[in-house]
Design a protein around this ligand. Structure first.
Ligand SMILES: NC(=O)c1ccc[n+]([C@@H]2O[C@H](COP(=O)([O-])OP(=O)(O)OC[C@H]3O[C@@H](n4cnc5c(N)ncnc54)[C@H](OP(=O)(O)O)[C@@H]3O)[C@@H](O)[C@H]2O)c1
Length: 185
């Protein structure tokens, strides 16, 4: 299982749940510190530093038999590299495409024919569709956190006046875990 944005709020939880469910998990994140966090604190099997390593080479090296599941938070070229390394019947979950949110022209996947060749599927996922299961998820995740199986990190800032600077951290990656801006009266 490959996940991008792996050190972020969504990606870090996705990767850890996949580990709990018995998958081999490879995370993609920006920078050595985030990759060390994935390996040493979250128990990922491998981490790819997309800012300093070749995604093409590292995905191939870490997934020699191809990718079964790719959970995409990033889109753009990362999605294309994943598409180029699919296994037969692979599944891609499109959760987000943060590399494209500020683009004038969104970069679509060039390697989409890999879906055909590998009988693979790519599907969008929006959290609000799962509202009836929120309670069940909350209970399960609380238990995993209590049992030490699921780790969470929050990067908390204060004050609405800091909204602009804090919001931009989502794009620069200058944060670890869930980015929170506390509104104080
Ligand atoms: N479908 C849904 O229901 C749903 C719900 C919530 C969020 N989302 C989406 O899920 C994704 C993750 O959200 P999150 O709240 O967990 O944010 P996050 O991962 O905590 O923060 C965003 C991270 O994206 C990475 N990033 C930013 N620009 C990038 C680029 N150009 N290329 C590659 N990576 C880049 C940065 O990490 P690095 O330092 O590793 O670069 C940054 O820390 C977003 O795309 C968001 O829109 C979807």
């Amino acid at each position: 299982m490959l996940v991008s944005g792996a050190a972020g709020a969504v990606g870090s939880v996705v990767g850890q749940i996949a580990k709990i469910k018995g998958c081999k998990v490879i995370g993609i994140a920006g920078g050595k510190d985030k990759c060390d966090y994935l390996l040493n604190e979250l128990g990922f099997d491998a981490a790819i530093d997309y800012k300093n390593e070749s995604l093409r080479k590292e995905i191939k090296r870490n997934c020699p038999d191809g990718i079964d599941v790719y959970f995409d938070n990033v889109g753009g070229q990362t999605l294309d590299h994943a598409l180029a390394n699919l296994r037969i019947n692979a599944r891609i979950v499109i959760c987000g495409a943060i590399s494209q949110y500020n683009s004038q022209q969104v970069e679509g996947p060039k390697n989409y024919l890999s879906l055909l060749v590998n009988r693979a599927s790519m599907k969008g996922m929006v959290i609000f569709d799962y509202e009836p299961q929120y309670e069940q998820a909350r209970a399960q995740m609380s238990k995993w956190i209590k049992d030490g199986k699921l780790k969470t990190k929050e990067d908390v800032y204060e004050g609405i006046d800091n909204f602009y600077e804090v919001f931009l951290k989502l794009f620069s990656g200058d944060k670890l875990g869930k980015l929170i801006l506390k509104i104080i009266k």
